[in-house]
Design a protein around this ligand. Sequence first.
Ligand code: ADP
Ligand code: MG
Length: 686
Amino acid sequence: MWWQEPVTILKGVGAKTAADLALAGINTVGDLLEYYPRQEAYIDYSRLQKIKELAMDGSRQIFKGEVCSARSGYGAHGKNYTAVTVRDETAYATLYFFSYQRYKAQKLKPGQELLIMGRVRPGRTAKSVSECIIQEMDGKEATAPGIMPVYPLTGKLTQNNLRKWIRLALAKAAEGLPESLPPSVVKKCKLPDRLTALKNIHFPPNWQALREAKARFVFEELFLLQCGLLYYRRQSHDTRQGIKHGADGELLAKVRAGLPFSLTEQQEKAWQEISLDMQDVHPMHRILQGDVGSGKTVISALALAKAVENGFQGCIMAPTEILAAQHYETLQSFLEPAGVRVGLLTGGMRAKARRELLLNLELGLVDVLVGTHALLEEDVRFKHLSLAVTDEQHRFGVEQRARLTNKSEYAPDVLVMTATPIPRTLALTVYGDLDISLMKGRPPGRKPVQTLCYNEQKRQEVYAGLLRQVQAGRQAYVVCPLIEHSEQLEARSAESVYEELKSGVLKNVNCALLHGRMKGAEKEALMQGFAAGEISVLVTTTVIEVGVNVPNATLMIVENAERFGLAQLHQLRGRVGRGDKQSYCVLLAGTDTPEALARLAVLHDSEDGFYLAEKDMEQRGAGQLFGLRQHGLPDLRIADIMRDTETIVQARKLAVEELAKPGAMQEIRALVEMQFGERFKMIFNT
Ligand code: ADP
Ligand code: MG
């Protein structure tokens, strides 16, 4: 099929061009056709303005200018930039370029004519333009009428060349292009056909045609995604019988009586929902969603006890060894007094101990197994597993959960615990028909963490505060974005911060360096030392993000806080404020830009993880937060899980209808494969 052929089948495209295109991920004619222009980045020549007329409100505008000069600098915000001054007959403007774009900008020569699109704001001497997309003019394009696409560029690609080649590919497509959606769906939803939509997304005759073309591709992507998910679900349909647990009995009463606290109303409600699910013969598929520190662990303990009470086994899988070890300890303290036998399985275990544990598991002498991914290994066999809990922060994929639940002759109950709020539509997409239990707020008796945002100038004061906490017998975390120093990234590394503290303010204090590149056993030993109070200050990376509980830790310092997302900072902050002492979280920003500081200030104002996640989505887009790839799903090229909510619901409904038609399965599977190929791991790995 021609669209799977290399781009060199197009007339005028040679090996050299093909190599340039390959750098942008374009190999086949089909890739070229699907190399969509940047969102919102079409140049509408009717909106061309003079520099003097440009509004300075930060909106995207289009103008022409002649290059006067280019200079490089290093800003107060700690970033290298290139500033290019341009002018037309009315005024001057300064274009700012950062990161890789600045190398290209440095090569601009005085006298060159540019077409510029960017966000315009007031500047010191001339209007300042950021997020620039520039195009060198060759006279011809300058007078071209209509709406022009602007493509993401890499390497030697230029806008004009890309446009030329895409026109060639479109001409080829006009000779015959198969539909990528079932014809009945195209008709029913009144979508433009594929060829029309392709033409119009690249070279729209008007804005309406562009909107329709985009809408079609958004729908197409979501529809085929839903088809793929339904296909997967049908393939992996569970024919095993579910387990009906009895009503809460003596063992549960005993565990509850032994808890050092009573459940909050929210916990009680969540537990009732889970308990009832477990008493139903249909397998439970439930998400327990609760903010950091909301007390999810104790709920899992009750669920595990319920499995054991009914003569079965339960397991809980955590994303890191540190967290698994911590769960093991907590669950032991909750469950062992009631006679429940708890085991811990990690990757770093000695062969002999492991063999023994696995034997006991198979004999039913271990009731509850706690562990990491190590639980998924083939030789981990239960006598009769009835409940699988995963404690995760979007870290396990669908297949991993499936592998865990397949360790039973029955269809076990499944409980997924997460601290990250998941939008309803994404939950629908990724988890299918999971029920959700929500726990808002925290258990009583915990003071809110005081969050402070500072810049570099306050470092010594922050260090003095650190020393005061340590001298008062408390502990602290110092979190850095990097493990070791990097030439490319201007950020502080755990290694250098550790050295600095150790040779300075913390000379006589017991500190340790902990990061993800260390061995499991080494990390665990350090973590245990910290939990036991032998280590006072832990300099670390985000390995600490998940779940560890050290109530005596009252201070967290985050270096280069501007490099983290709000939700992530909130997770990190959840490591302190776990005891009854006042705790602090100090966000040290490596920048002074008002935007970065304003963003961090949101953390000062709120401790509500759900609110922060929403803010985060606004600031960064959902794609970043909910990497679909982690769930075995393909990344989406044009659709957006957060933005296109209505389309998701519509696509899902139509996908169910279409797949119900006799014989539709194979045809649609082929379309799904054409769209996503092996990017759809969930399907192609099973
Ligand atoms: P997370 O939801 O983040 O996993 P944890 O289960 O680790 O939270 O609970 C956080 C802390 O709150 C733990 O120290 C736990 O013992 C405590 N906790 C949980 N439930 C209650 C409660 N009902 N009353 C008082 N403290 C509680
Ligand atoms: Mg937890």
